[in-house]
Design a protein around this ligand. Sequence first.
Ligand SMILES: Nc1ncnc2c1ncn2[C@@H]1O[C@H](COP(=O)(O)OP(=O)(O)O)[C@@H](O)[C@H]1O
Ligand SMILES: [Mg+2]
Length: 230
Amino acid sequence: MTDAPPVTAQQLHATGLVRTYGTGPRAVHALRGVDLVARPGELVVVRGRSGSGKTTLLHALGGLEPLDAGTVRLGDTEVSALPERELLRLRRERVAYVFQSFGLLPVLSAAENVEVPLRLRGVGAAERSGRVAAALDAVGLTPHARQRPGELSGGQQQRVAVARALVTRPTLLLADEPTAQLDSETAVAVMEVLVALVRTGSTAAVVTTHDPLIAERADRVLELHSGRLT
Ligand SMILES: Nc1ncnc2c1ncn2[C@@H]1O[C@H](COP(=O)(O)OP(=O)(O)O)[C@@H](O)[C@H]1O
Ligand SMILES: [Mg+2]
């Protein structure tokens, strides 16, 4: 159970996603019936203003947040119906997530953070170190491999988070504004890394952004307005 197999049926298929926070007159309708498909080898960009529902959508796609209505399928698996235990396994083995807040472990070095998902998948030590080195190199962080997140800039932490996501070669990559902290040159470089992963043909990616440069690299660009895709 190392890499997800390059199966063509592994597409992400979300239909009718609804997510409401709170109830009554103060309810916030974060998602109001979102449909989305992402196939292996495809990079889908979701653009939208702050508050339009991007983070909620990615959480829903990754099974990180409950839905009020709708279904999320990844290949034959109905993500939105999985019991917690199965969901954890799916996330560990097939889904990678770049959080807006990075979600790095503060006591681990950059390299150790990138290694975590490979350990969880039971990848052997020799293969782990090779893959970690390659992932850090891809995001230009080799010289900082031994530093902890607190010793890195926001942009460098963001790149560690990207390296940690791509090192597993996931079936599904969900990235929440992965270039927000980066200068435009680094942002383009990081996007190239994501595009290269998707182009291997076994990963489908959904990336949120409000950076027009990023959207240029997408196969499809969807706009999210107040919880609806257009
Ligand atoms: N945990 C929460 N509780 C209540 N409201 C929330 C919560 N998370 C997000 N929201 C609201 O849902 C809407 C969409 O938020 P979000 O998905 O974070 O948008 P974006 O990522 O596009 O900025 C916003 O109005 C936000 O305030
Ligand atoms: Mg957000």
